[in-house]
Design a protein around this ligand. Structure first.
Ligand SMILES: NC(=O)c1ccc[n+]([C@@H]2O[C@H](COP(=O)([O-])OP(=O)(O)OC[C@H]3O[C@@H](n4cnc5c(N)ncnc54)[C@H](O)[C@@H]3O)[C@@H](O)[C@H]2O)c1
Length: 260
């Protein structure tokens, strides 16, 4: 029970990594407010769980939704102690193919969504005198691939917000920690959809697996357990940290001719 009675607000909770985090946090005794824009799937997730788990609609790019969710949590569960921003979108487009709409969509969810999320939970955490914010970034924010220009830029914006909020909270003495988790390819509906769009999905998965020194893609539970650590009091001296859960991919040297 590493999160016993802690109130956690999780975005992107209807699917993939966010859903895995909701399930693990519930197991660990947290009182969970799961949020998403896919209400049907989000409600299904919380209905399948025992304990104090609830669902609310929250579009991460809408300030009003954030305010409503935090107010609901405070009224029914208590001040928010943990916020995990796992809502995400990602579709490939290199610089010659990307358009303004794709750019804004990625920036709204990963950049604006992170800023609004951090801003919206601060008062609640300040009331409590402690808090932990975890933003689900990506290896693409550190080493962006050419196919994901808008996604890589939006995840880099998420990282910048994470660090600046960590520094601000440190300077103010709020006892609020702000960190990011950076998965490499992880088996979720987002990735499965991408694999399934290839002529040979199994061959594409093998290519992804081959990029990781551990030789496979990650499972959702492996990302969720890193998030659990950062959310728990065990990580009480960690803030502004980028935790790579990447099978070793970022430890690899650049291939000859690429980068430093
Ligand atoms: N799966 C991977 O390989 C991988 C790798 C690195 C990073 N990530 C990141 O992890 C996070 C979760 O990805 P996933 O693979 O679980 O994806 P997923 O598609 O399975 O889940 C994403 C969820 O976010 C929700 N969502 C989308 N837009 C939203 C919005 N505006 N407001 C609220 N909810 C919204 C979707 O409805 C969905 O339930 C994303 O930020 C993604 O970029 C994933």
């Amino acid at each position: 029970m590493r999160l016993h009675n802690k109130v956690a607000l999780i975005t992107g909770a209807a699917s993939g990594i966010g859903e895995g985090i909701v399930r693990l946090f519930a197991e660990q005794g947290a009182r969970v407010l799961a949020t998403d824009i896919n209400d049907e799937a989000g409600r299904r997730v919380v209905q399948s769980l025992p304990g104090d788990c609830h669902y609310l609609h929250l579009d991460v790019a809408r300030l009003a939704d954030w305010r409503d969710a935090v107010a609901w949590a405070e009224q029914h569960l208590g001040p928010v102690e943990i916020m995990v921003h796992s809502a995400g979108i990602s579709f490939p487009a290199h610089i010659e193919a990307v358009d303004e709409a794709a750019w804004h969509q990625h920036m709204n969810v990963h950049g604006l969504g992170t800023m609004l999320g951090c801003q919206s939970v601060l008062d609640s955490m300040k009331k409590l005198g402690k808090g932990s914010i975890i933003n689900i970034s990506s290896v693409e924010s550190i080493r962006p691939g050419p196919l994901f220009v808008a996604y890589g830029a939006a995840k880099a914006a998420m990282d910048a917000v994470t660090k600046t909020v960590a520094l601000h909270c440190g300077e103010k003495g709020y006892n609020i920690r702000v960190n990011s988790v950076h998965p490499a390819a992880t088996r979720t509906p987002l990735v499965q959809q991408y694999l399934d769009s290839a002529a040979d999905p199994a061959a594409l998965e093998q290519i992804y697996a081959g990029m990781q020194p551990l030789g496979r893609i990650a499972e959702v539970s492996e990302i969720a357990s890193a998030v659990l650590f950062l959310a728990s009091d065990e990580a009480s001296f960690m803030t502004g940290h980028q935790m790579y859960v990447d099978g070793g991919v970022l430890a690899k040297p650049y291939p000859a001719g690429e980068g430093a």
